[in-house]
Ligand binder design. Sequence first.
Ligand code: SF4
Ligand code: SF4
Length: 435
Amino acid sequence: MISKLRIFSLVLIHILIFSHIYYFKDEKIGSIDFQEFFHAFIKSGILNAGTILVLIAFLTTLFFGRFFCGWACHFGAIQELSWWLLKKINIQPKTVDSKLVTILPIIILLHFYVWPNLWYAIKNPWSISIQLNQPEIWAFLPGWIIGMLTFLIDGFLIVYFLGRKGFCRFLCPWGAFLKIPNSLAMFKVRKVNTCTNCHNCTSNCPIGIDVNYEINTYKKVTNTNCTSCFLCIEGCPEKALAYQFTNPINEDIHLTQFLPKQKSIHTNIKNLFFSIRTKDIQLLFLTLTFGFCINELYGIGHFMAFGISLISSFFLINTYSFNKYRLLTILKTLLIIIFLTHGIIKYCIWEGLRQYENKNYNSSIKYLEFVINYYPKSIGRFHILLSMSYLENNDYKNALKHAEKASKINPNHKTPIKLINEIKEFKKSNYYPKF
Ligand code: SF4
Ligand code: SF4
């Protein structure tokens, strides 16, 4: 019954999302995206639909736990669908047990969403304003191709490699944000009857929580990754679990419940889990390095970049090859080369832009020339910056060449056309326009 209700809720959420996009559009209500709370509210005090969604999710989590994650998240739904499809073809991925489920999402949340927006708010005037129809629905969402690839990687591949709800556990910054109110939630899964240690609850939990350990140690599920999906309650043959309210004043709180616990995987359910705790540091290092190497290249967002980097890092540290499987070794070496090459390109973009802003045009030319030669995607903006840098160095031949390339890449953009005309004027009159 609970499973059916949850599926109904997840389907309903998708109907509402599609109705918003295609029927209501964004005339009255703009993007209802979690990141709005950070990009709009923390940064500039804008109260929009996304901000209100996050405030509702935060407040309801304080009372009911991470209900939003278990019953209303479209990313969660895609992972459930993927899990169901894999089961249909007799594939049951193991749940990867790692301490990174606590650390990685928090790093992503702080680095990409909290810190840059908070820093901007500190440096600029901040005031509350209401803008319900802003931004437009697609303003910060990737196009169809990147969007579909993101769902494929974070919805399907991640489930295959890291287990059911792999994205929620290892990467989701919104889940990390809701951990704080979840630790204080008044409604929790609690032990209400005798437990026979059958471990059904643990094997049913999509998040990989050791429910049996938690309810027998603390008499409730304390893990802040719990999404209040109630599959543990549904699967308990002894009716030993219930979702119950406790007044926070009477709540029995042990400090140890907030510390990372060593998972005590019982032999009955050992085959459902795969522990990589001994390789956590390697996985963290590789995931962060690879993620930063490709993040934002080709229009890839944080979710997709870190999804690719997590899966690749997991693959690298968990498949042994060397002489035995030459193909695997070649594949791994290729993966490392691809990530590192993109890391160098990313560094050159960053350094090229920095040098341009600091008016070190010779340096910016050096870095940006490298970028346009080795970055497989043609970006008009880099050609414009190169054109302007060459112009600053009185090299109008190269300036014209890059302005024309920028115009070819984006024929409808006015900047390259304006630049070409100005360079031609300069050639005629010997007038040197400064930018
Ligand atoms: S502990 Fe129970 S309610 Fe929480 S995520 Fe696991 S199965 Fe769902
Ligand atoms: S499913 Fe119920 S009886 Fe079995 S271990 Fe969990 S709480 Fe105990």
